[in-house]
Design a protein. Structure first.
Length: 463
């Protein structure tokens, strides 16, 4: 509204000033045009016509048609008629009428000379008629030019007065409008600042943790739109905070279940039985290796309570598990870990590889006759990190593969280790990340993990 009022005011001032200037300019240009036309007419009319008539009378060799003095008179009459159309001053219009009468009389005198064959009479007519009439016409044209020139000064003075008067009027009007605008802008600024100040206080209350605050209803304007957006945002934040709390609770429960699954009694029983067997058989180096691997396994499993560890630590954890299991299943198990050095400092959720390795051993290698192999790989593609656990075990038929995929991605009833890893990755990074499973019966299974490519924090590298 303020901009509209200001623009209308400025437009009004400009239009009025332009109207005054255009009117004065048009009048000025019209008079200048009349002066130019009259000056051209007055410049050589008398000398040319007097000379032509003198030449004709004395018989200088040119006949009447060749000299054609009547055409000069007709041209002069046309100029006078044209000036009548654009002349404003009444006295100058009368002068133009007088000039027209002189020109008509001049035409009559010229025709009479043409019809008379007496040299003496024609010479007398040239001296006392033609030259006198052209002299009178020239004087009247000069008078016309003089008064038209005076009109220019009058127009200039009148224009200056109109401009001055217009400026004074518009100045008074502008002062009044400025006062009204100042009052109006004060009210508008107050109507804007007050709701913004209240909204700022609401933001401070939200910053202190009060998500029940809501803004007051006001006018249907941009501030109210901002208030409505604030209310919607606070409501969404409250919902999201509750969701985050719920997800964190689920994450902690899932990690606890996974931790319990990794430290299950059967794994411990079997490991300790193997250690006892090796000790009784006096394989002291093997005993040391088993106990060392078990120690590394538990140390990485705990990780001082950290949820995110480096890929280097996760590799050590999976390797320690495979070393323990290789002692027990030395006749059917071999493994290979291929992880580039430049990827080892990237971060991964704790207990990501080991559940997949365990699944490959118990559900793939053990169910197939002969030597089995587990391969752990890692590679980078653009801004994503891929981890893969591959075995050449028994594999799965298509219907069993679809059932496992559905269980891991949705129901979580079977394949607990896989579903646990998939759920934790999505809780950390979002639904676009997680597990994918491929398998062929009697050929083996591939489980691939897709993660964002994030460097581990320096404090996490110290674990």
């Amino acid at each position: 509204m303020l901009m509209t009022i200001i623009m209308l005011t400025m437009t009004l001032i400009i239009v009025v000033m332009l109207a005054v200037l255009i009117r004065s300019t048009n009048q000025y240009n019209l008079i200048v045009q009349n002066l130019v036309t009259a000056s051209e007419f007055n410049f050589d009319f008398k000398e040319t016509l007097d000379y032509k008539m003198y030449q004709y009378v004395i018989g200088g060799g040119d006949d009447f048609d060749t000299l054609d003095p009547l055409s000069d008179v007709d041209n002069a009459l046309n100029v006078v008629e044209k000036l009548k159309l654009t002349t404003v001053r009444a006295d100058n219009i009368k002068r133009l009428q007088t000039i027209s009468a002189f020109l008509m009389n001049l035409r009559t005198k010229i025709e009479k000379i043409h019809e008379t064959h007496s040299y003496q009479e024609n010479m007398t007519s040239v001296d006392y008629d033609i030259r006198v009439l052209t002299e009178l016409i020239q004087e009247k044209v000069q008078e016309y030019i003089f008064y038209e020139t005076n009109e220019l000064a009058v127009i200039r003075e009148r224009t200056n007065q109109e401009i001055t008067r217009t400026i004074v009027i518009l100045g008074i009007v502008s002062i009044g409008i400025v006062i009204l605008l100042w009052i109006f802008s004060f009210r508008i600024s107050d109507s804007i600042v007050r709701p913004i100040r209240m909204l700022s206080e609401n933001f401070k209350m939200v910053g202190r943790g009060d998500f029940t605050v809501r803004s007051e209803k006001g006018y249907d304007d941009e501030i109210q739109m901002l208030n409505d957006t604030f209310d919607s945002m606070v409501g969404q934040i409250e919902i999201l905070l509750n969701d985050v709390k719920h997800e964190q609770e689920n994450l902690r429960q899932t990690e606890l279940k996974l931790l319990q699954a990794q430290i299950n009694p059967h794994f411990l029983y079997n490991t300790f039985d193997t250690i006892i067997y090796l000790a009784e058989d006096h394989q002291d180096e093997k005993v040391i290796e088993m106990i060392t691997s078990l120690s590394v396994f538990f140390r990485t499993t705990l990780s001082k309570g950290e949820d995110i560890i480096s890929l280097r630590e996760e590799e050590v954890h999976a390797c320690s598990y495979l070393e323990i299991q290789k002692v027990r299943y030395r006749d059917i198990l071999e493994y290979e870990i291929v992880i580039p050095e430049e990827l080892l400092d990237y971060s991964v959720p704790k207990l990501t590889l080991q559940p997949l390795v365990e699944n490959a051993l118990y559900h793939g290698i053990k169910n197939k006759r002969g030597m089995g192999k587990i391969t752990v790989k890692a590679w980078q593609s653009q801004c994503e990190l891929f981890l893969q656990v591959k075995d050449n075990g028994i594999g799965m038929k298509q219907e069993n593969l679809e059932k496992l995929r559905k269980s891991v991605l949705e129901e979580h009833k079977i394949g607990f280790g896989l579903s646990n890893v998939h759920e934790r990755i999505q809780l950390y990074y979002g639904s676009e990340y997680g597990l994918s499973i491929e398998s062929e019966y009697d050929l083996g299974t591939e489980v691939t993990i897709k993660l964002p490519l994030n460097l581990i924090r320096s404090e996490e590298q110290k674990i």
